[in-house]
Design a protein around this ligand. Sequence first.
Ligand SMILES: [Fe+2]
Ligand SMILES: [Fe+2]
Length: 390
Amino acid sequence: MATTERKVDGSDRTRSARLVSVLTLAGRSMRREAEALWHEWSALLRGNTAASELPGALQLALDDAAVAERERRREAETGFLARSPWISRITYRLACRSLDAWFGGRPVARFWLLETVARMPYFSYLTVLHLYETLNWLHVAELRRLHFAQEWNELHHLLIMSALGGDARWVDRFLAYHLSLVYYWMLVVVYMVSPATSYNFSELLEKHAHDTYAEFVEQNAARLRMLPAPEVAVQYYREGELYAFAPIAQGQTAPARRPPVESLYDVFVNVRDDEAEHIKTMEACQRDDFVTSHTEMPTTYVPRRETSSDSPTTPQGDVVHLTDAPYRIRVEEDRQRWKHWIDETGRYASARIDEGQQRHEHHHGASHGEHPDKQRTAANLPDYEDGLGL
Ligand SMILES: [Fe+2]
Ligand SMILES: [Fe+2]
């Protein structure tokens, strides 16, 4: 029977597993996949082709021609594909036609592969952004948070498609994983050379995902309404951190919406709407003003030149962008500013000690003499005393 045959298909993963060495992880995965492959082949040899098929009850369909028509209408309105770089256009068309050919009549498996690959841009962006931040070339914390939020959202799409059995076939998994590896490294290079080109290509794919889900929802509406939502989808859309472009771009983490998630219809509508949010994000990421509002030049602290008033204050300083003043701290003038800053720090510290002394005297009476804290701390600040005239 198909349901029992599906047991050893690699999708029945354990919910918690120890993080162990790469060799153990790779070995375990290869063994699991080899068993799944052996199981599929032996079932095929026995003439049981249902072993690697989805449970028939879903009976869901996707008309590739109707998806292509949606894309054609969108293109007629926006001309977006025509404006994309030629390399993106060719790769995109090739990818869409290959998906149609490979997954004809198997929409859920197609979605599972799409969602596996859909996470790769965000993995690539995060990799490259980490590099920039590590080397202090650019501060990108907010951009990383944005892309991580998208990746988290795509992860849940993937979990939903897995729950629906989209990864039932060994060959689909093999294809998705290896395609993802190649795509990931390609995007690392493209993103380094031209972030805009990379975002542009991702926008193409997000639009394709949106059109595909939109068509799927419309075509299967009645059937989807009769099917239950998988548990992972219910949990995610009721309690999880959902993705919505506008609030996350403004630095908020609270979920922006709690859409219904009663049936499988709701689930696919939600996934489709998530893809619309990804499109908005990719559009924004191709705008200079948006990206610059989410990135910062590396900074250094350079103290102000003006002498502050006699009253002790917190040391004041300006944050200076290194491009405006590259490594200014190395020139003599800035050395003087640093000295001034240190003097200010000493003045600030002494004032705090005096305050403590006064409080102490007020508490115990002045007859006990100098507070030991003052002696100890002041002893640590001998260099400041000249400069401050103490
Ligand atoms: Fe997705
Ligand atoms: Fe997406």
